[in-house]
Design a protein around this ligand. Structure first.
Ligand code: KG4
Ligand code: ZN
Length: 335
């Protein structure tokens, strides 16, 4: 089944064609990086307007790049929940129009389910059950994935998501947006033990996260150094901050894996591209005899191939939306 995936939940206008939830024929992403750099982050109204301008071209490009036409498409999958409401509406309106005009099944998806499927696209052999850490700019969750499309929420962030904290710290340090890739790169030149930042909730009984205290601690230390006229070793600060985030994410995920006695861990979402996070997960999992899976880098951040793959899985379960499909800024993952 050839599924057209559409993703517009935040700042990427994306469309993709995926066969049987497995084979990516095209995966087109138009980023709004120019706007992000200009405004230092996503401005919801401006992002939605940019989606409106781009969506038609992006869908056409996804078809052209796959040497297919709308006649070949057999279903339309679209992100309809969790995201910026005006942005979601653009993708959903486009998906509904195609579904209506072409009499195609329509399926609305949760954005985070898309991220979970990014890893299943990269690793069709990823076993169930497993524990999944989804870690992005807008979300930070630990899930027990019993089987395809069946999730139990184990923990979530009580304040900032990890990616959000990367972005906020980078902005504070005067670095580029988005902050994650910049801090990742800068950290390679720094000493991750130079500063001992807190590891919030690392020993708490729950599997929830909290990153706003860590952010405050970095900012206070930075301001203190400025007040004392001391040098500001940006690479050391970046590396020490990143190490604190990585320590918490790995520790909590390993605890979830042990408590649920799974032999596999899946790490997804924008922050799963982080090189230090990958390294520490790989080392820790090797010692514990647990397999760890990451999406290929092009599927870590927002894309529509992951939405097409998730849509195919839901359609196979007989779950199809209709033209009343609505959008929701936040919603439980479901299933
Ligand atoms: O999944 P995504 O594209 O969008 C959301 O659903 O939020 O994730 C974007 C987030 C941003 O916060 C960005 O800074 C972070 O992922 N990110 C990274 C890296 N690449 C992207 N964070 C740490 N290290 C990276 N290499
Ligand atoms: Zn995302």
């Amino acid at each position: 089944m050839l599924v057209l995936g559409i993703e517009t939940s935040c700042d990427e206008t994306a469309a993709a064609l995926v066969v049987d939830g497995r084979t990516i024929l095209s995966n087109v992403i138009a980023t709004q990086l120019d706007l992000l750099k200009k405004y230092g982050g996503v401005v919801p109204e401006i992002a939605a307007r940019r989606h409106t301008e781009l969506i038609g071209y992006v869908i056409k490009e996804a078809l052209d790049a796959a040497f297919r036409t709308l006649d070949d498409v057999e279903a339309v999958a679209v992100t309809s929940r969790q995201g910026l409401i005006g942005c979601l509406m653009v993708g959903v309106a486009a998906a509904k129009s195609i579904s209506y005009a072409r009499h195609l099944p329509l399926i609305g998806l949760h954005h985070i389910e898309g991220h979970i499927f990014a890893n299943l696209l990269s690793h069709p052999d990823l076993p169930f059950p497993h524990v999944c850490l989804t870690v992005s700019g807008g979300h930070n969750m630990l899930l027990y994935v019993r089987e395809s499309c069946r999730y139990e929420l184990l923990g979530t962030t009580l304040d900032d998501a990890a990616g959000e904290s990367f972005d906020k710290i980078a902005k504070f340090l005067g670095l580029d947006f988005p902050g994650g890739p910049v801090i990742d790169k800068l950290s390679k030149q720094g000493d991750n033990k130079a500063f001992s930042f807190p590891r919030p909730m690392i020993r708490s009984k729950t599997l929830d996260f909290s990153f706003s205290g860590l952010k405050t601690s970095v900012i206070n230390m930075f301001k203190d150094k400025i007040a004392r006229n001391e040098s500001l070793p940006l690479a050391d600060i970046a590396a020490s901050f990143q190490e604190a985030v990585v320590d918490v994410l790995v520790a909590k995920t390993m605890r979830a894996a042990e408590e649920h006695e799974v032999s596999a861990v899946s790490v997804t979402g924008g922050v799963s591209a982080n090189s230090r996070l990958r390294q520490v997960f790989q080392e820790t999992c090797r010692k514990k005899g647990i397999d760890v899976f990451f999406p290929e880098l092009s599927l870590c951040t927002d894309n529509a191939a992951m939405i097409a793959a998730a849509g195919y899985a839901r359609i196979m379960l007989g779950e199809i939306s209709d033209l009343r499909l609505n959008v929701f800024p936040s919603a439980p993952l479901g299933g």
